[in-house]
Design a protein around this ligand. Sequence first.
Ligand code: SF4
Length: 371
Amino acid sequence: MTAASPTLPHRAGLLPDEAVRLLGHLGVDERIGRKLLAQAVGHARTDLDGVTDVKKTTLRAIAEATTAAPLQIVERELAPDGFLKLLIELPDGQRVETVRIPVPCEAPGADLSAFEGKEKKYIVCVSSQVGCALACSFCATGALGFTRNLSAAEIVGQVLAVKREADRPVRGVVFMGMGEPFLNYENVLRAAKILSHPSGGAIDGRAITISTAGIVPGIRRFTAEGHKHRLAVSLTQATPKKRLPLMPIERVHPTEELVAALHDHAKARRTRVLVEYVLLGGVNDAPEDAVALTKLLDPKLVKLDLIDVNGGVGGYARSTREARSRFLDVLAGDGGLPFGIRYSGGQDVAAGCGQLAAGELGRAPGPRIAP
Ligand code: SF4
């Protein structure tokens, strides 16, 4: 298979109106634009064979002016719990990782309550940037620094890579892979639109979750634009002074502004925002850390998603059973917060939350916020 051309427009990244704008001179109208999207994303096809009711000469001209080449899968690693990590090479040779999450998960006791349902399906965790500038201290991607944003076609392409070989339907997408989605806002939202478009991925917009480390202007814009997609915010510490060394973005967008933005989003959308909290043993798992959370967050507007730290980045250890249970007691008590414990699978193949590094750990890091 040939690598996608970095210069020709990619059909998996073209909404029908964009196809008209870009290819109108070839006779492409909205109707043909929808057919192109259905072929490239709905059917995950890289050719134009079988596109009906369009003149052959028009299809030939479109084929010459565009590409639908797939992203290259360089490596596949399947974990015993059914999580599959794909190492993907982009057209310019940069690499990202994508995780296929089985639902219901094969692992006993796995809790993926955000995606409840009896049907066997896959959720795809996509990357939105090569590396990341935000340098969260517990994250392998953050250790790489930032290289570049992914295009909408490259984000959609990760879902297509999973879809082409999947034995179950893909019903959800989470922007929780490499990168900060709201620092690549336009392409992320365009990819989400393509993936939820009825002629495109046809994934329920509410089954697409965008997770941010706290880019407040991005959250405000996302709220104002009224998207259906779910918002998740990574907080990981409720006390700003203690959050700063864990998540340096605190210096740019302080906790107080972040929480105001996520509460406003929840009110505007009449839904709870998912607040992610990576439990770091001996660092943010004391009862007073839980009390700080209950004081900071409105229990009617959020749901706390607790995630055990993965991997060796930052030298963190998991919470002990005792510390975790004292922490949960506070959350479950009067004035506490609704919470769930996220099963972060795929750890045997470094596909868990915070472990994605595209095999690049050890190289000189790109630009990032000073920790
Ligand atoms: S946790 Fe997310 S925002 Fe933080 S460094 Fe990792 S990829 Fe970037």
